[in-house]
Design a protein around this ligand. Structure first.
Ligand SMILES: Cc1cc2nc3c(=O)[nH]c(=O)nc-3n(C[C@H](O)[C@H](O)[C@H](O)COP(=O)(O)OP(=O)(O)OC[C@H]3O[C@@H](n4cnc5c(N)ncnc54)[C@H](O)[C@@H]3O)c2cc1C
Length: 442
């Protein structure tokens, strides 16, 4: 089996430019010998699950959180910091699973935006969370036509989630989006935030007010279980026994849960932070939407203009997509995908009105590892065939609008022993034997 684990010396993302004091935190010098629940992985999945397991719980389980590197050093610390409904892709979901499943998914995503906002406010997390609208824009007439047809179809069908979707035709698409030559735009409620600050802030609160034991720089090498359903987790620092294991290891899951080998595949992606020099003679207009920009060549960038004037821009896959060895089944985020740099350097100038002479330039370029699945859906719930092992992983390129409330559902399964069907997670996310048949094939 390939070696699938988080590597050392990962590239430095913009989000890790301001580190929290718990970045490399260890609650105790030695690992505990035993506990009730072990959560593996301290990204948004692992920390949110810990939050829902321990928060407001009069009889909390003993929880150990194991992380191979620093807190939030995986995909959550490397992504676009963007939560958006997958509305533009909803027809694919409807075709595959039916209108009921598609509706359930969109309403779940909508709810997650507000749930994260509420938690950030309640816990006073200083994470730059801004409620906004994503502007899915295209300069391609063909894509614009498809989007209009899709929107009209959903509107005629009277689907309730369409109330939050706005289709903007060619007359105003360029003006409203600020994207040169935009043929159409669809806007939907979205949020942007500093994901590292959300995760570290939430975990710092847990460390303060609960008995959670956090162990960074502690990579899990294997997980085994005995006939009584007791699990043993082995690390280079020793072993821990626990009744319940939660895999929150996203792209790296198959390294320690062989059921997911070739079913959750590590896939390398590129991201950047673009800044405008303070002394520029031509300050660009501030952009108040977040963006998906679909090009005629079939590729898509996402651009998240930050409240401070910088822009997170990810994608750029047309520059390296054909070199599969650079990204497919790759879990090394210690190097950047250099081919994307030139594209990110000019993406604002080429596509946004008023940015031509801004002097915008890339100051951070980094890589991150996505967990790709065959059906583009995450695996959640019980690990098939394992009574006391749970999973939330394989989030593809869009975990942010799903993870927080999935974590709530997983915590409910563990805390209240409810079945998957009653835990509030969209039905199509359930990890099943059937879904483990197909390999990822890019
Ligand atoms: C470049 C990039 C851009 C993205 N942009 C977006 C976006 O804009 N919007 C969106 O919705 N999604 C985006 N995504 C996807 C999103 O980031 C992920 O879906 C999400 O962050 C997954 O969170 P997680 O906690 O499950 O995984 P992670 O954040 O990867 O956390 C998993 C943790 O597990 C740890 N771990 C793994 N194996 C072990 C082990 N054996 N022992 C101990 N610890 C282990 C890892 O070190 C890691 O910290 C992007 C991803 C990338 C890479």
């Amino acid at each position: 089996m390939d070696k699938i684990y988080p590597v050392e010396n990962a590239t430095v993302p913009y989000w890790r430019s301001e580190l929290h004091e718990i970045d490399s935190y260890r609650s105790t010098a030695k690992l505990p010998e035993e506990c009730d629940v072990i959560i593996i992985g301290a990204g948004l999945s692992g920390v949110s699950t810990a939050h829902f397991l321990l928060d407001d719980n009069p009889s909390p389980p003993s929880v150990v959180l194991l992380e191979a590197r620093q807190i939030c050093s995986g995909a959550t610390g490397r992504n676009g910091g963007h939560l958006m409904m997958v509305y533009p892709y909803i027809d694919k979901i409807t075709e595959a699973y039916g209108a009921g499943a598609a509706r359930e998914l969109l309403l779940f995503e909508q709810a997650q935006v507000f749930a994260m906002k509420k938690t950030a406010e309640k816990e006073e997390l200083d994470c730059d969370l801004v409620l906004t609208r994503v502007c899915e824009t295209t300069q391609s007439q063909e894509i614009a036509n498809e989007r209009r047809e899709g929107y009209e179809k959903h509107r005629r069908a009277g689907l309730d989630y369409i109330d939050d979707v706005d289709f903007i035709g060619p007359k105003f698409a360029e003006m409203i989006s600020g994207v040169k030559g935009a043929k159409a735009a669809i806007t939907v409620t979205a949020a942007q935030l500093w994901p590292y600050k959300f995760v570290t802030g939430l975990l710092a609160k847990l460390i303060k007010r609960t008995s959670i034991n956090v162990q960074t720089h502690t990579r899990v090498i294997s997980v085994s279980s005995d006939q009584n359903g007791m699990n043993t987790v082995t690390t280079p620092r020793g072993s821990i026994r626990a009744k319940t294991i939660i895999f929150a290891t996203n792209a790296y899951t198959s390294g320690i849960a062989p059921e997911y080998y070739q079913k959750i595949v590590p896939t390398k992606a590129a991201n950047s932070h673009i800044h405008v020099p303070k002394n520029t003679a031509y300050p660009p207009p501030h952009l108040s939407h977040t963006y998906g920009l679909s090009y005629a060549n079939g590729y898509r960038d996402y651009l998240i203009p930050r409240p401070d004037g910088g822009v997170i821009c990810g994608g750029g896959k047309h520059t390296y997509g054909e070199q599969k060895e650079l990204w497919f089944n790759v879990c090394d985020d210690s190097t950047v995908i250099e081919a994307t740099r030139k594209h990110f350097e000019t993406v604002m100038q080429e596509n946004f009105i008023g940015w031509e002479r801004s002097g915008a330039e890339v100051d951070y370029l980094w890589s991150g590892i996505i967990g790709t699945t065959a059906d583009a859906l995450p695996h959640c719930g019980k690990v098939p065939g394992k009574e006391n092992q749970f999973i939330l992983a394989g989030f593809n390129g869009a975990g942010m609008p799903h993870i927080f409330l999935i974590a709530k559902g997983i915590a409910k399964m563990v805390r209240d022993r409810v079945p998957f069907e009653e835990c509030g997670i969209p039905r199509i996310f359930k990890s099943t034997e059937e879904r483990l048949v197909d390999k990822v094939n890019c």
